[in-house]
Design a protein around this ligand. Structure first.
Ligand SMILES: Cc1cc2nc3c(=O)[nH]c(=O)nc-3n(C[C@H](O)[C@H](O)[C@H](O)COP(=O)(O)O)c2cc1C
Length: 404
């Protein structure tokens, strides 16, 4: 049975939802699933925009056959050759051997590497800014290297205003019947997963995202639909979405708030993290959240850090080093280019307390523009009642630094 949704006249979503995959890219948990989006245009010519992951191939082929309704497939535009979108291409080519494949040079190189069999005479190689006619529709192409692979491009249908944005504007979370941004409560149900997708998948490439947003400025008024390869299709409120992307891509926090992440084996560092959270809330600081680094998947922590202005890292010492899971979190933040945050440090140890110095060194030397507050809290095994003043001082210093 086909499962399709009409995007606009002659343009249909023919993707599929995946609730079976537990780890996206075999790293990131997706408890709410994911969608692989593929779209087909049925104008004078028929055009397929990207395909789907292997897991969704059967559903997409059934959808495609239904929408084509006996017609042949004339073109396939491949904006992004990552296997979660291109894996099913070979199946489509086998079923519709007359289709011409539109892509760029780097894309066709990747196609070869991944073992796709595409006849040379079926390839249409496009360059940035090219405009080509596919029947009564005109398509143009903008390249967006490293969002999220080097060959990635977006295609704008100049006739109906549909922007096929590849992984840009994509999100975790299955669609489950919905398709458009205005069919859901985005802030309540989608924003967190959208942020977690963007920050973890392409967080590292903020400058590239900013570049493509700038490049797209001249055509923004022609865009009526943003059709990404995962998640919702946007048909209004573009300003809101672009504002979010501008924050994420510029490493600017969306909100004032404090994310407290602790690493604790026996609960003493955890207690200090909780005590600080209580002090902050008592001082009227809003938006305080506490996470155990050992049992919160790092993708959630990364999204938190992108969202909020302040971070507290509380870690016990482990073999004269930072607790390994906390170190791994620091390395992930560095890899994803996290910057411009204010950080407070709590350290703990029983005989040679090193975690505070090492965390501060990491933030200063390996990351960009991370401001470490001077008031570090040092715990020798367990926070003492006599240290309440120090705790108050740290809470106050965080609150003060949130002003302005
Ligand atoms: C394998 C292991 C290595 C440790 N290495 C150090 C160390 O190098 N220096 C130190 O001061 N404490 C070290 N500790 C002790 C803990 O850091 C210390 O007991 C701390 O208070 C534990 O905090 P927690 O209750 O939050 O887990 C180590 C503990 C373990 C289990």
């Amino acid at each position: 049975m086909h499962v399709v949704r009409e995007v606009t006249d002659q343009l249909t979503w023919i993707g599929a939802n995946d609730h079976r995959l537990t780890l996206f890219e075999n790293i990131h948990p997706i408890p709410e699933g994911v969608s692989y989006n593929s779209y087909v245009l049925t104008g004078e010519k028929t055009v397929l925009f990207d395909t789907v992951d292997w897991d969704a191939c059967r559903q997409m082929l059934e959808n495609l056959e239904y929408v084509l309704d006996g017609r042949d497939l004339d073109y396939i535009v491949v904006n992004h050759w990552e296997p979660d979108h291109a894996a099913s291409l070979q199946e489509v080519i086998t079923k519709y051997p007359n289709a011409q494949i539109i892509g760029n040079t780097k894309g066709f190189q990747l196609a070869e590497q991944f073992g796709f069999q595409i006849d040379e005479d079926k390839k249409i190689v496009v360059n940035e800014g090219d405009v080509i006619d596919v029947g009564d529709h005109k398509l143009t192409f903008l390249f967006m290297p490293m969002v999220h692979w080097p060959e990635a491009m977006v295609t704008l249908d100049l006739t109906n205003g549909a922007l096929f944005s590849a992984d840009a504007f994509g999100s975790f979370k299955a669609l489950d019947g919905k398709l458009f941004n205005d069919e859901v409560n985005y802030d309540r149900d989608w924003l967190d997963e959208n942020r977690r997708y963007l920050t973890n998948i392409v967080g590292k490439y903020g400058p590239h995202i900013r570049k493509i947003l700038k490049k797209a400025e001249p055509v923004l008024d022609q865009i009526k639909f943003i059709c990404p390869l995962h998640g919702l299709v946007w048909r209004n409120d573009f300003g809101y979405l672009l504002d979010k992307y501008n924050h994420w891509a510029s490493y600017e926090p969306e909100e004032k708030g404090v994310t407290i992440v602790y690493a604790s084996m026996y609960g003493n560092t955890e207690q200090a993290a909780q005590a600080l959270a209580a002090k902050l809330c008592e001082l009227g600081v809003e938006n305080v959240d506490v996470f155990d680094v050992s049992n919160t998947h790092v993708s959630y922590l990364i999204a938190e850090v992108f969202k909020k202005s302040h971070l507290v890292l509380a870690s016990c010492t482990y073999n004269l080093g930072i607790f390994p899971v906390m170190l791994s979190f620091l390395e992930d933040m560095k890899a994803l280019n996290v910057q411009n945050r204010t950080v407070a440090v709590i350290e703990n140890g029983s005989w040679a307390i090193r975690s505070g110095d090492l965390i501060s060194e990491f933030l200063d030397e390996q990351m960009k523009t991370m401001t470490v507050l001077n008031d570090r809290l040092t715990i020798a095994s367990r926070l003492k009642d006599g240290q309440e003043e120090e705790l108050d001082g740290l809470a106050l210093s965080i609150k003060e630094s949130m002003r302005g």
